[in-house]
Write a protein that binds this ligand. Structure first.
Ligand code: SAM
Length: 405
């Protein structure tokens, strides 16, 4: 048993004491005690609580691995997320005034990846524990949207019906207009008998679409998302901004970033989160490496009214970034790469004559790396805002504008 003082939080939100010794659910300044196993105190006892400590709002918090910062006040978490961004930029010699932080409310996550397994009396449905592979039931989760939680017992019934005797089923659940879109992996095989059981289950379930092992089993309407004026039906389990609030903030930021530009290229465009709202005022070329997402975006644009021309291109931007001549066709660039960042595309932007870039990122470290390249090529970091769609987790997102004369 040791006594240690927590000095700071690490990137996963764990407290770190000298050693280093990691301890979950602790805060800087707290004196804690516990047994250290492999450099970690799994169950710390808090001897001197921080003034930033609050009672976790969710009863599942002690066991569920879905959240890591419910024990900290909202103000502390906001400041910590801003510090994470500022520190990553400082490592690249970039000073920044963070203009704003936008935090999505509790109960607003519209997408979840749950796991389920059958038990003697029914099924366990939820998320894995912190640093463990134990599955915890989370019927009172405070993170997910009301629509997802209203469907929780229906999802449990789906696990009872569709999980194999020993396996763990994965359910990717997305809130869509009118209900839930669910994509299942690692469930029972789709033989004739099971197909008809699913066909009976779906009609009164609140499921708008059920996809089983990649195959659409049933559809009760259109599982669409509204991107601006366009209705888009994303492929099952496709990337979507985590909350409607966060999406709104990011779209607004990208509108401000591109300003009056009449032609925009949207890189890492997904299903059109930015392309379609921006097409209200500008011609947009959307580029993304998943063909089905480009097809969904295109279909959404074709059905929408009043938008400027939107074109799509399926292309791997890590291997084949847009080159200087291609970039020259657009007055502004929007990009929202995955966690790995956009190194190859950033190198081409540095060589190009591009003047305006709206940059969204879910990884401050790769963002800072790419920002350094842009700034060495004459771009100025005009403004930067922090977006916290992943409330109570250690994730942090950035929306920023780069410009050069
Ligand atoms: C963070 S998501 C953003 C999607 C979209 N901008 C949105 O807001 O919904 C990143 C996107 O980049 C795509 N992507 C990942 N690697 C890529 C690559 N090498 N080339 C092009 N697109 C890629 C992913 O499929 C995903 O849609």
């Amino acid at each position: 048993m040791v006594h240690v003082t927590i000095e700071r939080l690490g990137h996963q939100g764990d407290g770190i004491a000298d050693g280093p010794v990691f301890a979950p659910q602790t805060l800087p300044g707290e004196v804690i005690e516990g047994d250290v196993v492999d450099g970690r105190i799994a169950k710390p006892r808090i001897l001197t609580p921080s003034g930033n400590r609050v009672k976790a709002p969710c009863r599942h918090y002690n066991v569920c691995g879905g959240c890591s910062l419910q024990h900290a006040s909202d103000d502390f978490v906001s400041q910590w997320k801003c510090d994470v961004v500022a520190t990553a930029l400082k490592h690249q010699n970039i000073a920044v005034d963070i203009a704003a932080i936008h935090t999505s409310p509790a109960g607003s996550r519209r997408r979840a990846v749950f796991h389920g397994k059958r038990t003697k009396n029914g099924a366990t449905l939820g998320l894995f524990g912190r640093a463990s592979d134990i599955l915890h039931d989370i019927p009172d989760c405070k993170l997910m949207s009301a629509r997802i939680m209203d469907g929780f017992e229906m999802l449990r019934a789906l696990v009872v019906l569709g999980a194999t005797r020993r396996g763990q089923m994965t359910l990717t659940v997305t809130e869509v207009a009118g209900g839930l879109d669910v994509s299942v992996e690692n469930g029972k095989d789709l033989d004739l008998g099971f197909r008809s059981e699913l066909a009976e289950f779906v009609p009164n379930s609140g499921l708008i679409r059920l996809v089983w092992h990649g195959e659409v089993i049933a559809q009760n309407g259109l599982p669409y998302q509204l991107f601006g004026a366009a209705k888009v039906v994303p492929p099952a389990g496709a990337f979507l901004q985590a909350t409607t609030h966060g999406e709104g903030v990011l779209v607004d930021a990208m509108r401000r970033a591109v300003g009056p530009a009449k032609s925009i290229v949207d890189l890492f465009a997904g299903c059109g989160t930015f392309s379609l709202p921006l097409a209200e005022h500008a011609r947009v070329h959307a580029v993304e490496d998943v063909d089905a997402m480009m097809a969904a975006l295109d279909a959404g644009w074709r059905e929408a009214r009043g938008l400027k021309v939107v074109t799509t291109e399926t292309r791997d931007l890590f291997r084949r970034p847009l080159l200087k001549d291609e970039l020259a066709k657009f007055e502004a660039v929007v990009m929202d790469p995955p966690r790995a960042g956009a190194a190859a595309q950033t190198d081409e932007l540095a060589k190009s004559d591009t003047r305006v870039i709206g940059f969204v990122s879910c990884n401050p470290v790769t963002f800072a790396r790419d920002a350094r390249v842009l700034m060495d090529a004459g771009f100025v970091l005009d403004w930067l805002e922090v977006v916290d769609q992943f409330r109570w987790s250690a994730h942090v997102e950035i929306a920023a504008r780069f410009a050069r004369m």
